[in-house]
Design a binder for this molecule. Structure first.
Ligand SMILES: [Zn+2]
Length: 333
C-alpha cells in the first residue's frame, strides 16, 4: 500500500478493448505492450485482491522488450469503485498521508532543479503534498477525481484543483515548471496518454517527478503473488526502472535521476502468506483491510520485529533486487 490518493484518478478505458468484456478482446499473443507496443507478452503471475481477502484472480503479463507488467483482465472502469473501499481509503490515510515528514525528501529533490514557479500535482488527493509546498515561490495546481476531496485540497492549500480525469484537464501548453505524480500512475488506465499530457503541459526545461512501486524490487521477487505492492486490481500497471524510462522518453522527456528506495512492506507480505496457510486448513482470517487499529501489545511486538528481523532482511535485500519504490525525475528538453 503505497498509494497516497483518497480516490485514484481513473482515466477512460483503452478504446481498443471491448468495453463490455472486462478483458482485452484478443489472445495473449496478439496483446501488444501498452507502453512499447511489442507483442509476445508472457504470463507473469496470477493473484487475488489479498488486501480485501477476495477470491477473484487476476492475471499479470510481462512485456519481453521493456519489462512492463500489466493487468491482463482489469475490471471495467465502471466497476472500479467496488475495489476502492472505505476500508482501503482509511488504511491509506492511516499510512501517514498527513504526516509532514513524508514530504521532506520530495521537497529537497525538487529544490535541486526548481525553486519556484507553477507546480501541478496529479492525483493530489486532499492536498497534503501541495500544502507542504505552500509559499510565495509556488503557484499550486492539482487534479483529483473526487469533488469533495478536491475542495478540501483547495481550502487547505490555496491551489486550483481540477476535478476529473487527468487527460481531460484543460491546462494550456507549457504551463508548468514542475509536475508531480506520487503513487498514482500505476492506478491509471492510459499511462501513455497521461505522459503525453505531461509532455504538453511542461515548460521547456520543466521537470516531472514520479513515484511508482517497483515490480523488479527485492520484495516483489521474493514474495511474488504475495507482494503487498501488487495491490490488485487497483494497480493496473507495474513498472520497473526500464519500463518507466521507456514510457517517459516516448513522451519526449529525458532522465535526470532514476533510483529505487526501500519501502519495506514485509509485514503485510508475510500476513498474506499466513492468510493462505490458514485458508488451506479451513480457517478464514480477517482480511488486512478490515483489521482495525492494532492494540498496544501488537504495536510493541511489531516494533520488536522492525528492530530485529526487518533490519536483518533490509541488510540482505539488495542481493535480491532493487528498492520497492521508484523515484524518478525527468526533464522536458
Ligand atoms: Zn513493452
Amino acid at each position: 500500500m503505497q498509494s497516497s490518493t483518497s480516490l485514484a484518478p481513473v482515466s477512460r478505458p483503452d478504446l481498443k478493448a471491448d468495453p463490455d468484456s472486462g478483458a482485452r478482446p484478443q489472445g495473449r499473443d496478439a496483446e501488444l505492450c501498452p507502453v512499447c507496443g511489442r507483442a509476445g507478452a508472457q504470463e507473469w503471475l496470477r493473484a487475488p485482491d489479498r488486501l480485501h481477502g477476495r477470491r477473484e484472480r487476476y492475471t499479470l503479463v510481462r512485456c519481453p522488450a521493456c519489462s512492463l507488467v500489466w493487468l491482463s483482465n482489469p475490471p471495467k472502469p465502471s466497476e472500479m469503485p467496488l475495489h476502492y473501499t472505505h476500508a482501503y481509503h482509511k488504511l491509506i490515510s492511516a499510512g501517514g498521508e498527513n504526516s509532514p515528514g513524508r514530504w521532506g525528501f520530495r521537497k529537497v529533490a525538487i529544490a535541486q532543479y526548481k525553486r519556484g514557479g507553477a507546480l501541478l500535482d496529479m492525483g493530489c488527493s486532499s492536498g497534503a503534498f501541495l500544502e507542504s509546498m505552500k509559499g510565495e515561490a509556488w503557484k499550486l495546481y492539482g487534479i483529483e477525481m473526487s469533488a469533495e476531496t478536491a475542495r478540501a485540497a483547495e481550502a487547505k492549500t490555496g491551489a486550483r484543483v481540477f476535478v476529473g480525469d487527468i487527460v481531460d484537464a484543460p491546462f494550456g501548453r507549457e504551463s508548468f515548471d514542475v509536475i508531480t505524480c506520487f503513487d498514482v500512475l500505476e492506478h491509471l488506465y492510459e499511462p501513455r496518454q497521461v505522459l503525453a499530457k505531461v509532455g504538453e503541459w511542461l515548460k521547456p526545461g520543466g521537470i516531472f517527478y514520479v513515484l511508482v512501486p517497483n515490480i523488479d524490487s527485492a520484495e516483489g521477487r521474493v514474495f511474488g503473488s504475495y507482494w503487498a505492492g501488487l495491490e490488485l486490481p487497483r494497480h493496473l500497471f507495474h513498472y520497473s526502472p526500464p519500463s518507466l524510462k521507456f514510457l517517459a522518453e516516448a513522451a519526449g522527456l529525458s532522465v535526470v535521476s532514476l533510483e529505487t528506495h526501500r519501502n519495506a512492506g514485509v509485514g503485510t507480505c508475510l500476513r498474506y502468506v499466513w492468510d493462505d496457510v490458514f485458508q488451506a486448513v479451513g480457517i478464514r482470517r480477517t482480511p488486512t483491510a478490515y483489521l482495525g487499529a492494532p492494540g498496544l501489545p501488537w504495536r510493541a511486538a511489531r516494533k520488536l520485529v522492525r528492530l530485529t528481523i526487518l533490519r536483518a532482511l533490509l541488510a540482505i535485500a539488495p542481493l535480491a533486487g532493487g528498492g520497492e519504490s521508484i523515484h524518478a525525475i525527468f526533464r522536458k528538453s
